[in-house]
Design a protein around this ligand. Sequence first.
Ligand code: PMP
Length: 390
Amino acid sequence: HFSKSADLDEAKRALGELPNVIESQGPGEEDIKEGIEGCIGNTPLIRIKSLSDATGCEILAKAEFINGAGNSPKDRVALSIIETAEEQGLLEPHSGDTIYEGTVGSTGISLAAICRARGYKAHICMPDDMAVEKSDLLLKLGAEVERVRPAPIVDQNQFVNLARSRAKEHTDDPDKPGRGLFADQFETEANWRAHFTSTGPEIYRQTGGRLDAFVSGAGTGGTISGVSLFLKQLLPEVQIVLADPPGSGLYNRVKYGVMFDPKEKEGTRRRHQVDTVVEGIGINRITHNFDVGRELINDAIRVTDDQAMSMARWLVENDGIFVGSSSAVNCVAAAQLAKQLGPGHRIVTLLCDSGARHLSKFWAKTEPVGGGKERLSLDQILPDADKRPS
Ligand code: PMP
């Protein structure tokens, strides 16, 4: 029964004035998604107005934090890894089958969420210097979490090696139900193929095939390889540019063909020794997922922690966009590339995850927006845009 309140009369009158939503837009039931898996992919491409205005280029960023399972591009990869394993008969729901992965966080979060949806368990090995938000989130998703000291890849306790051996221990243990499956994001074909079949085609469709460059960091290399392998076939002229943090060997590899610059100081070469606040990108080995698209990369841009933190602040200050560290690195490199290319170009990059996942580390070191601080100018973030750091 309707009450006779003035508010309700007002609402009834307003309803009469509304255009008929169903008639004008048609039924929308096809918009209902099949579980969280249905919320993966088809992310929006955002024109970053501040960076576009400041550079005279059009800077577009794929909002990968909108992926609806684990809120990062790793949702695409985790789904691809799980579906490939299911097709190969390697996973049986509710049998105790457990997915093991070495991850700095995002892939683990995506795997843990999809495992829950599909009746598997997740066991995640991660370095203990990653933001605590990620391991907290993994625990809330019911994953088993092992945090280990950062170590070089030759160390058996390095997080990826540990995940691989934990998977084997599980399979070999007759007392454990189900099998252990090592997801192996660094080496598996399912990783770059996820970006080849979804991220790349989406970028092509959303830009109408009109773009001059694609900018991305590399953690496994799956994103940059998969997107490049797709785009370069249709657009051979598109520039592929790697955004790389200090301590990663990929920058030197792309620029000079060697992972380590002999002039760089000992102890600053290795990613795990550099103590950067940027998480998820930068490596010191050529993974399969990087290697498969390596020859398509045209250039690399080194991005410092300070630049990434300033960019993160800029994006909040000017656009209300609150992102994590790898997204900020991507945007610094995109802006720097815009300066190098000159006005009138169109550059696509990725916003990988939300700043909420980085509050205790990256954002704890980043100066908060407001508080009477002066607005940053792009020249403060890119002081040496023309003299590139080596
Ligand atoms: N951003 C974040 C937040 C990540 O966790 C990762 C992957 N570890 C990347 C970017 C890099 O993506 P890719 O592994 O496809 O190179």
